[in-house]
Design a protein around this ligand. Structure first.
Ligand SMILES: Nc1ncnc2c1ncn2[C@@H]1O[C@H](COP(=O)(O)OP(=O)(O)OP(=O)(O)O)[C@@H](O)[C@H]1O
Length: 437
């Protein structure tokens, strides 16, 4: 584990050895009843029923320097929101110390912060008051807040009538306009539409240049790489790594693929994934059949190079072959096959189906089949996940039979000077020409 103890200037955030536990009850009523029941048990000399405790954060320590942007990444339930709530003071840790210096404004998950009965405008005033701004200061900020949020007349309506996107627009707008020293942004941004997300990220850039310290929770490795000076990776409440974004992303991606590539992982309705089917081809996976399964199923997938060799590492421009085994249980008149390339954090980067490629695969009788997709890589150095699907077309509509969200992954080697992100558009630049006027 690396640490940030080499920060020379005094930190604006210092977290030392914090842990947070939650008591877990089988039903909400037990929260009230269990203490009562245990008191009665004690009266009768019966040992009290133990309360189960869940450790959401375990001995987490880090510091954030003024002007630094730190990204916190981790899978669902890894403790990111709990950590943010401790930083903004809405939760207290059971152990450890937290020091936060300066004005903190936070855009936490939906539901936190605003009073649902108050109008958007009143909530903005309330948020201003909480952070220490006077009514007069808020009066002068409100036009900018309303303009950035761009929710029109809804600003007069109770926020309980807002869509989640409108809520986030207002919450973000308030958070950035109250001149924070530290801006805390939970992944709530993901709720907004793309145009609004872009606007927020542009604003975050501006705040970075103004020296605001920013803590950004994200599932997107790309956001981490692009916007953060440092990354913190949480896994099941523990801090796995605090260090350079590249290292954090690599570690997170490795774990994600290890965990996803394990025995049974898919939330998908009908599919379970077994151990690799072919020892020589670690990418090859056998997919267990469901007893009352659909008309067809993907039962095996492997990723090969253009010579038919199982491989995981490729260079940009290479061709990959995704070999797919399917089992057809009932005749399919008009089968449709799909393939998708995703980032490791499950963002769909490209998807193609035989239908949208205007291909018409022939009808399939029950039996076992094998086919392949051949794809030319045109992307930056990164890890990518391949997903597969099969279904049929009936009256122009696609009906899914089965889907494999993780059929394997590939690593595309980074190329020098290729920029970062996912696309590799081979940009060319022409020097600025001075204009006459
Ligand atoms: N009030 C609570 N009572 C019991 N358990 C809780 C409570 N709040 C959080 N947890 C548990 O603590 C763990 C961490 O939750 P947290 O919301 O911090 O995770 P997260 O990393 O933000 O997840 P996500 O990416 O899904 O938002 C989860 O297992 C969650 O169920």
């Amino acid at each position: 584990m690396t640490s940030s103890s080499d920060i020379a200037v005094p930190p604006v955030v210092s977290v030392r050895g914090i842990s947070k536990t939650f008591r877990i009850f089988d039903a909400p009523a037990h929260r009230l009843l269990l203490p009562l029941l245990n008191r009665i048990r004690r009266v009768f000399g019966i040992a009290p029923r133990p309360v189960r405790v869940f450790r959401a954060l375990d001995n987490v320590s880090f510091e954030i320097a003024p002007g630094e942007t730190v990204g916190i990444i981790g899978r669902n339930g890894s403790g990111k929101s709990t950590l943010l709530q401790i930083l903004v003071g809405t939760l207290q840790p059971n152990e450890g110390e937290v020091m936060v210096k300066g004005r903190v404004s936070a855009l936490l998950e939906l539901g936190a912060g605003f009073n649902p009965e108050f109008s958007g405008r009143d909530n903005a005033y309330l948020a201003g008051a909480i952070i220490g701004l006077s009514r007069a200061e808020m009066d002068s900020l409100l036009p900018q807040i309303e303009k950035f949020a761009d929710i029109g007349e809804f600003i007069e309506q109770p926020v309980k009538t807002y869509s989640s996107g409108m809520y986030v627009r207002l919450a973000f707008s308030v958070a950035i306009h109250v001149s924070p020293d530290i801006l805390v942004v939970d992944e709530a941004l993901a709720v907004g539409d793309t145009a609004f997300q872009t606007k927020c990220l542009t604003r975050i850039r501006r705040m970075q240049s103004e020296g605001v310290s920013i803590i950004l929770v994200t599932h997107s490795t790309n956001t981490l790489l692009e916007y953060c000076d440092r990354g913190i990776y949480l896994r099941r409440g523990e801090m796995v790594l605090d260090g350079a974004c590249r290292d954090v992303v690599k570690r997170y991606a490795d774990d994600l693929v290890d965990e996803e590539g394990g025995a049974v992982i898919y939330a998908d309705d009908s599919i379970t994934v077994a151990e690799p089917a072919d020892e020589d081809h670690p990418q090859s996976r056998a997919i267990a059949l469901n007893a009352d399964g659909p008309a067809s199923e993907i039962v095996e997938a492997s990723i090969l190079d253009s010579n038919g060799q199982g491989r995981t590492t490729f260079s940009n421009g290479d061709q990959i072959v995704v070999r797919v085994g399917i089992r057809v249980h009932r005749r399919i008149e008009a089968p449709c096959f799909g393939v998708q390339i995703k980032s490791v954090d499950d963002i769909a980067l490209w998807a193609g189906t035989t239908q949208n490629m205007s291909l018409t695969p022939k009808a399939l009788e029950p039996g076992k089949y094998e086919f392949s997709w051949r794809l030319k890589l045109d992307m930056t150095g990164n890890r990518y996940v391949i997903a597969l699907g099969i279904g049929d077309i009936d009256s122009g509509e696609y009906h899914r039979h089965s889907r494999v969200p993780y059929a394997g992954h590939i690593d595309v080697l980074p190329e020098p000077h290729s920029g970062h992100g996912w696309l590799a558009p081979k940009p060319q630049f022409s020097d600025p020409k001075r204009l006459a006027r």
